[in-house]
Design a binder for this molecule. Structure first.
Ligand SMILES: [Zn+2]
Length: 327
């Protein structure tokens, strides 16, 4: 199995859209986006390059979220696509979503181990088995990198962040809106139980309005995270019942049902406890995040308004800062 990869010749140039999913049925929307050059194939389902036109739309969405963050006095943070393993351990992500995470492994040997590694590669053997876990894992959510910055006692008004990072979730999918590597842009608040809840509520309304202003038909629905295993279904039921997660969903032409393109989440003290965050009043801090799936929003806009952003309605281009580009 490894052999076919290590002995593959020709490099990236011979990977065509057809290679991506001859048998696994990439959705027709993905195929059309690949054909139009909006996405570039990598040979892995759910992993794509983005064209300039695609990225311009993504940047426009980023500007809209930033304007909201600025109005809240949020601290802007652009976090790397990897997260300290120690921070990851505190998020309890492994307990709930072991099947979605990704870990980084590195080579730490000397000359002898290097020779062994190259022999292993050449023979098509299991060379990754010779690597060691690095001090980082792939980021699963943009907001995870924020909580260690809050350890200690918060100011009276709490802390608000505008945080963005490339995230990874191991869920190979044929659907355009479910990528393995995607950008997440969040407005995160850490404060009291009341201020966190208020942030979730106000952020949900604000986010829905923002996406509706782009011509998307939005609906807010209580949801649960895809918790792993049998214990997971109990967690999911509790989350639903307490309405801790509300998703902003929209129909994407060319896909079934509706797709979540944003979510507004109240974490209660899920992060306040492990990261030792206290409010000015001495209570364990609560947190809430409003997360925009930037790539899902781009895909939705392309599917709704067409593959040529320069021909989108003026009000949409104006919101995205694209209105001036055609002179
Ligand atoms: Zn978050």
């Amino acid at each position: 199995m490894v052999q076919t990869h290590t002995h593959r010749s020709g490099g990236a140039a011979d990977i065509s859209a057809a290679d991506i999913s001859p048998s696994d049925g990439a959705s027709s929307l993905v195929r059309r986006m690949l054909d139009a050059g909006l996405l570039a194939p990598t040979g892995v389902l759910g992993l794509y390059g983005r064209s300039g036109a695609y990225q311009d739309v993504a940047d426009g969405i980023g500007m809209m979220v930033r304007r909201w963050g600025a109005s809240l006095g949020a601290r802007r943070l652009h976090l790397p696509p990897v997260l300290a393993r120690a921070t990851f351990a505190h998020t309890n992500y492994l307990e709930s979503f072991p099947d979605l995470m990704g870990s980084v492994h590195v080579f730490t040997g000397g000359d002898a181990e290097h020779k062994q590694l190259l022999r292993r590669v050449e023979s098509g053997g299991d060379w990754p088995a010779l690597l060691e876990p690095a001090e980082v894992v792939l980021a699963s959510a943009a907001c995870h990198g924020v909580y260690p910055l809050c350890t200690g006692t918060l100011p009276e008004e709490g802390l608000t962040f505008d945080v963005q990072s490339s995230c990874f979730r191991h869920e190979p999918s044929a659907q355009a809106a479910r990528m393995q590597s995607f950008v997440m842009h969040e407005i995160v608040h850490v404060g009291t139980a009341q201020s966190a809840w208020d942030h979730r509520e106000e952020g949900l309304a604000r986010g829905i309005r923002m996406l509706e202003a782009l011509g998307l038909s939005m609906q807010a629905v209580p949801a649960s995270d895809p918790f792993f295993g049998r214990v997971g279904s109990v967690l999911a039921a509790g989350q639903l019942e307490e309405q801790l997660k509300i998703e902003g969903v929209t129909p994407i032409p060319g896909t079934d049902g509706v797709t979540a393109i944003m979510s507004a989440n109240c974490h209660r003290d899920h992060f306040g406890v492990p990261f030792s965050i206290r409010t000015a009043g001495g209570d364990v801090a609560h947190s809430a995040c409003v997360a925009f799936g930037v790539d899902r929003i781009v895909v939705a806009l392309l599917a709704v308004h067409g593959f040529e952003p320069e021909r989108w309605p003026f009000y949409v281009r104006a919101q995205l800062g694209l209105a001036g580009t055609e002179g």
